[in-house]
Structure formats: structure tokens, C-alpha cells
Design a protein around this ligand. Structure first.
Ligand SMILES: [Zn+2]
Length: 351
């Protein structure tokens, strides 16, 4: 099966989050054509390739895409090839990774099959962190290692930042602006914003660098002539394994006057021992690429405790943008990369 033609086909099938049925149907038939036995669980699709006794390696990527959006100079659903680039929504994030994984796994098991099992999981709703890998994973046998297919230029991400979202409510007492008096919640929130901007996290993570904290939303006041009694801040914090969410929350509480509530603490940071066989296999599959820490979220957050690397063809900077593309050469290198990774992982695991 030709990776380029399969990718073009699945790019032509729109698959915004929660609307993956049609693309899942095509991937299911492609798996059958590749000699696999696909299984559908909701809009999640899996296939187990069995080379006998040995470890279980999970290969995961996602079928959904963000909406097409504005600003395209080409048809986002035509998968035209121009100057060696396959253009279309999802070509880079992450249908190219998924197609490359499927074809690589089929090739690896077609001749000289590795001793062990590969489980391919094409999961849905990654872009909304919904009913995808998080709900699928408990129904699967526990993998010994995993690869999350995302566009990394075939470099191996060995750590990934988490997301902690906090809300801060500054409270005051309303009064008529003409009379004065009252307590202005917007002014209280402004003091909190300035205090938060001075927070610095001193323990850097070797791969991920510093924890970052930004006030990204603020809303307060209903009308011009009323001293506002309430102002809300949203704080976006990108975490690393070096500073725990509990420690961050305690620090924020100590820093601000307002009331702190946790909006989301389920997307933790993750990391893998650089000496684990899965990291070594990923590095061996692309000797020119170094291991690195990734600032962006992916379904890896749900694989906590399973040694994982995030790697795949393409460039994360092209994701979610107009004129998203994947180069034909990148896709083909992706197939070779995953096949080599699979073979090296099982060889190292058996050694
Ligand atoms: Zn993605």
C-alpha cells in the first residue's frame, strides 16, 4: 500500500473532533487491506500485530483534526501535491503520523517479524482531549512502552509539559461610580496580575526548561458607572516534573488576594527515562535527531507511567495553521523511521 495515496485519501475525508466516523471507516478498510484485524471501540480503532511472546508496544496517533479555519490559499480538503508537499487539514497533525505508523507496522510484521506485539491505536478527539485514548486505554492490555505519533521532525520527545489552569476571583463591593466608595474588584485583580507576573520558578527541568505562568484572560465589571464587585482571572501554567502542581497552587494562593480555584489539573507533565529501550530505539531510528522536551500537549498525558516517546514526521509549527502540509519525503522517511524504531525496540527489549 502506498503511504502517499492513503494519506491523500484520509486528508480528503474531513474529521473534526467528534466527527471521525468516516475517516475511521476508511482506516479500518486500510487495516484490513494491510492484513490486520481492526477492532472498533466507539470512534477509536485498534489493531494488534502479534509476533508471539515478548513486550507489547503501543503505537498511538489521532484521527481528528482541528476545524479548517480561515486563510487557506489552497483547498484544505483536496490533498493536492505541489512542490513535493501534500496540502490539507490534518496532513501534518497527525494523519501523516498515523498512516506512516500503520504502514511501517505492517512492513515490520510482514517479514522477519519482531518477537512481541504491536498495538496500533488510532484514537479520536485528541484535539479536545475527549473520548479518545483516555477512555480507550483502560480497555487495552497494559503496554510496556508507547510511541505517540505527532509531528516532531522525527526527533524523539522524551518529556512533555503539562497544563494547570487556575481561576482567580477578586472580590470587592459595588457602589455608584459617581458617589465613589465601595471596593473595586478590578483594581484588586490588577494587583494580583502584577504580583503573579513576578513569580519565577527556579527549578528548571533538564529537557523542558522552566515552568511558565501567564494570566491569559481577565473579565470584570458590567457597566461603566458601577464600581465592580467581581473580577475573574484565568492563569495558564505549563508544568514540568520539577515543580509539582500542589507546590504551584500553594505559591499562587500565597501571592494573590483573590480566591484561587482549580479549573484543570488532569493534564500532568510526563517524562521517560532517557536510558529506556524505547528512547534508544527512537534515537537509533533517526541518528541525526536529538532527544528533546516538548512544550505542547498530546495524548501522551494519558500514558503516565508507561515509557513513551513522542515522535513523527512533520513540524508541529505547521499544525492548526492554514496551508498545513506534509512533505512526501517526510512521510516516506516517517515510514522508515517507525519501522526501524519497531525493529530496534524489540531487538533491545530481547537483549
Ligand atoms: Zn496532533
Amino acid at each position: 500500500m502506498n503511504a502517499v495515496e492513503l494519506l491523500r485519501e484520509v486528508v480528503r475525508i474531513p474529521s473534526e473532533s467528534r466527527q471521525e466516523d468516516a475517516v475511521v471507516a476508511r482506516l479500518e478498510s486500510a487495516m484490513l487491506e494491510l492484513g490486520m484485524a481492526p477492532k472498533k471501540t466507539g470512534r477509536n480503532l485498534t489493531a494488534l500485530l502479534d509476533g508471539g511472546d515478548g513486550p507489547l508496544l503501543l503505537l498511538n496517533s489521532h484521527t481528528d483534526t482541528v476545524p479548517v479555519g480561515q486563510g487557506w490559499t489552497r483547498d484544505p480538503l483536496k490533498a493536492d501535491i505541489e512542490d513535493g508537499r501534500i496540502y490539507g487539514r490534518g496532513s501534518n497533525d497527525a494523519k501523516g503520523c498515523l498512516v506512516a505508523m500503520m504502514i511501517a507496522a505492517a512492513k515490520a510484521f510482514k517479514s522477519n517479524a519482531p518477537k512481541g506485539k504491536v498495538l496500533i491505536a488510532a484514537s479520536c478527539e485528541e484535539e479536545v482531549l475527549g473520548q479518545g485514548l483516555e477512555v480507550l486505554l483502560p480497555t487495552l492490555p497494559r503496554p510496556d512502552a508507547a510511541v505517540v505519533g505527532e509531528p516532531t521532525g522525527l526527533k524523539a520527545a522524551v518529556a512533555q509539559k503539562g497544563l494547570l489552569l487556575l481561576e482567580i476571583i477578586a472580590k470587592g463591593r459595588s457602589a455608584h461610580a459617581a458617589h465613589g466608595g465601595g471596593i473595586n474588584a478590578v483594581e484588586a485583580a490588577a494587583r494580583d496580575v502584577l504580583a503573579l507576573s513576578k513569580i519565577q520558578f527556579n527549578r528548571e527541568h533538564p529537557a523542558l526548561g522552566a515552568t511558565t505562568l501567564h494570566v491569559t484572560q481577565i473579565s470584570g465589571g458590567d457597566r461603566h458607572n458601577v464600581i465592580p464587585d467581581r473580577c475573574k482571572l484565568v492563569v495558564d501554567i505549563r508544568t514540568t516534573p520539577s515543580v509539582s502542581p500542589d507546590e504551584i497552587i500553594a505559591l499562587v494562593k500565597k501571592t494573590v488576594e483573590g480566591e484561587v480555584t482549580i479549573r484543570s489539573n488532569r493534564l500532568g507533565s510526563v517524562e521517560t527515562d532517557p536510558n529506556h529501550a524505547i528512547v534508544k530505539a527512537a534515537l537509533a531510528a533517526n541518528p541525526s535527531g536529538r532527544a528533546y522536551g516538548s512544550p505542547t500537549l498530546s495524548d501522551w498525558v494519558f500514558l503516565k507511567g508507561i515509557p513513551t516517546v513522542k515522535a513523527g514526521p512533520g513540524d508541529s509549527k505547521r499544525s492548526h495553521t492554514p496551508d498545513e502540509y506534509l512533505e512526501v519525503a517526510e512521510l516516506e522517511a516517517g515510514v522508515d523511521f517507525y519501522e526501524k524504531l519497531i525493529r530496534t525496540y524489540f531487538a533491545k527489549a530481547a537483549a
